[in-house]
Design a protein around this ligand. Structure first.
Ligand SMILES: CC(C)(COP(=O)(O)OP(=O)(O)OC[C@H]1O[C@@H](n2cnc3c(N)ncnc32)[C@H](O)[C@@H]1OP(=O)(O)O)[C@@H](O)C(=O)NCCC(=O)NCCS
Length: 445
C-alpha cells in the first residue's frame, strides 16, 4: 500500500519553544510559562505545568481561547479569512484539484504524483461494496427516520463488520485498510440512506466510476432506468466536497480526536464526529438555512423583518448560515460557494427564488450595524443548500453531504492524534455544587 501516516516528528516540529515566556502572578506566587509558536507565527502559552505548580486550572467554556493540540493539517486565520490545507489555499484546491487528491493530501501530507494517485484511487475503488448484512440494519430503520441518525449508526457499525479494527495494536497495513474502507464505503452508505428514504432498491457501486460519479450514480440512478451522469453535477459536487474536507479543530473534528484519544477505533470515532456535525449550530445549519429561506419566502420575502428577528435578544431566531466561531471576516468557502451557486443554477437551468432571498438577506445583514459590530458573515452553509437542492438532494440529506466531504479531514486528524500519541482527552472543571453533607435517612428528609 502506498499511503503513509505522517510520523510524529511532524508534530514535534510544530513546537518551537521561544526564549520569551508568559508570567502569571497568582496568589502571591509568580510562575513562568513557556510560549510555543506555530509555523504561521501563532503564539500559544503552554500551560501543561500550571496545575502542578499552582493548583489552579484555566477556565474557558466552549474552548474559545484554548488550543487542544498542535496540528500540521489545516491553517485557518479567521481574522483574514484564510483557509489552507497542508499549505495549499482552499481557493487553489477548489479550482484545480479533485476531491480524491485533497483526501490524499490531508491524510498523507502531500499531493500525490500520478503513480501515488492511481494506487490510492484503485484501493478506494476496490473497497466500495458494503457487507450484504448491512441491508438488514437498513431494514430496521422506520421510514422517515433522519438520514444523520442512520449515518452515525452505519459508520459505527463498520467496526462490527471489521472487528480487527477494534484492537489497539494494529500494523500499518491494518490501519490503512480501515482508512480505505471508510473512505470507500462512505458514498455507498450515504446513497443507501437516500434510497431508503425513498423506499427504492439500493444501487451497487460501479468501480469503473470515479468517487463522485459513483456516488451520484448510486444515489440518483433508478433501478429501472438508465442514468446519465451530468458533468455539471460531478464538478459541482467535487468542489463542494473539497470545500468541506477539513476545518481544523471544529466541534466534530475535536469530537473525533477526543473519542479517538480513548483509543476507540476509527469507525466509532468518526461515527461520534458525525453526531457532533448533526447539530444545527454546526453542519446541521445547511438544512436549517434552506428551511429558513423557505419560511421567509412563504412569509412574503420580507428579509428586513427576519433580520430584525435575528437581532432581537428575546427571540430565539438566529440567521442560520451566518456567524462563525473563528471567522470574523468572510468565510473563504462561502465566497467560492456563492459563485458556484450562480454557475450551477445557470448551467442546470434552475430558477430558485430562495437564491434571490439569500442574496437579499446577505446584503441586508452585511449593511446592518448589529452584524457589522459582531463581525457576522455568511458561512459555508449559507449557499451550499441551494446548490444541493438544485442537484436534486432533499434537505434532510444536506448534512450527510457535509459529512461525506468532511470524512478525509476526520481521518487525517484521527491519524495525526494517534501518531502524536496524545493522552486521553479529559478536561477539568470548576465544581459549583453542594459541599460535603451527611446522608439523611429517607423518612427524615
Ligand atoms: C456559528 C455560531 C454557533 C458561533 O457561535 P459563537 O462563536 O459561540 O458566537 P456567539 O453565539 O457568542 O455569537 C456572538 C454574538 O453574535 C450573535 N450571533 C452570532 N451568530 C448569530 C446569528 N446567526 N444570528 C444572529 N445573531 C448571531 C450572538 O447572539 C452574540 O451576540 P451578543 O454578543 O449580543 O450576545 C453562531 O454564529 C451561530 O449560531 N450561527 C448560526 C448557525 C450556523 O450557521 N452554524 C454553522 C457554522 S459553520
Amino acid at each position: 500500500m502506498d499511503l503513509k501516516i505522517l510520523p510524529s516528528q511532524q508534530f514535534i516540529n510544530t513546537y518551537h519553544p521561544m526564549s520569551e515566556t508568559a508570567k502569571i502572578s497568582l496568589q502571591g506566587k509568580e510562575i513562568e510559562l513557556p510560549l510555543i509558536i506555530g509555523s504561521e507565527q501563532e503564539v500559544g502559552i503552554d500551560i501543561s505545568d500550571l496545575r502542578a505548580k499552582t493548583g489552579a486550572i484555566t477556565f474557558d467554556v466552549g474552548y474559545k481561547n484554548s488550543g487542544a493540540t498542535a496540528s500540521a493539517i489545516t491553517y485557518l486565520d479567521g481574522e483574514l479569512g484564510i483557509l489552507r490545507h497542508r499549505g495549499y489555499s482552499i481557493e487553489d484546491l477548489a479550482e484545480n484539484a479533485t476531491f480524491m487528491e485533497v483526501a490524499y493530501l490531508l491524510i498523507n501530507g502531500e499531493l500525490p504524483n500520478k503513480a501515488q494517485y492511481d494506487v490510492f484511487d484503485q484501493n478506494i475503488r476496490s473497497h466500495t461494496l458494503v457487507n450484504e448484512d448491512m441491508k438488514n440494519i437498513f431494514e430496521a430503520w422506520p421510514t422517515g427516520s433522519h438520514p444523520m441518525g442512520q449515518l452515525i449508526a452505519m459508520i459505527s457499525s463498520l467496526s462490527s463488520f471489521y472487528p480487527e479494527s477494534i484492537g489497539t495494536v494494529q500494523n500499518d497495513n491494518q490501519k490503512l485498510l480501515n482508512v480505505y474502507r471508510l473512505l470507500a464505503k462512505m458514498p455507498t452508505i450515504c446513497s443507501m440512506i437516500y434510497k431508503k428514504s425513498l423506499g427504492h432498491p439500493f444501487n451497487y457501486p460501479q468501480n469503473k466510476l470515479d468517487y463522485v460519479s459513483n456516488f451520484l450514480n448510486m444515489t440518483f440512478k433508478h433501478v429501472t432506468e438508465d442514468y446519465e451522469i451530468d458533468p455539471v453535477l460531478v464538478n459541482a459536487l467535487n468542489k463542494l466536497l473539497i470545500l468541506h474536507a477539513d476545518h481544523e479543530q471544529n466541534c466534530s473534528t475535536s469530537t473525533v480526536r477526543l473519542v479517538g484519544s480513548s483509543h476507540a477505533n476509527l469507525y466509532a470515532s468518526v461515527g461520534a464526529g458525525v453526531a457532533a456535525l448533526w447539530g444545527p449550530l454546526h453542519g446541521g445549519a445547511n438544512q436549517e438555512v434552506i428551511e429558513m429561506l423557505e419560511i421567509i419566502k412563504s412569509d412574503g420575502g420580507n428579509v428586513e423583518k427576519w433580520v430584525e428577528k435575528a437581532k432581537d435578544k428575546n427571540d430565539s431566531f438566529r440567521l442560520m448560515g451566518f456567524g462563525h466561531r473563528v471567522y470574523k471576516n468572510f468565510d473563504p468557502r462561502a465566497k467560492i460557494i456563492k459563485k458556484a451557486c450562480d454557475d450551477v443554477l445557470n448551467k442546470l437551468g434552475v430558477n430558485d427564488p430562495t437564491l434571490e432571498i439569500a442574496k437579499k438577506l446577505e446584503e441586508t445583514a452585511l449593511a446592518d450595524p448589529y452584524f457589522i459590530e459582531r463581525k457576522l458573515f455568511p458561512n459555508v452553509d449559507f449557499y451550499s443548500g441551494i446548490i444541493y437542492r438544485a442537484m436534486g438532494f432533499p434537505v434532510e440529506m444536506f448534512t450527510v453531504l457535509f459529512a461525506l466531504g468532511r470524512l478525509p479531514g476526520w481521518i487525517a486528524q484521527w491519524n495525526e492524534m494517534r501518531e502524536q500519541k496524545q493522552p486521553i482527552g479529559r478536561p477539568r472543571q470548576i465544581y459549583t455544587g453542594e459541599i460535603l453533607r451527611p446522608y439523611v435517612d429517607r423518612t427524615k428528609r
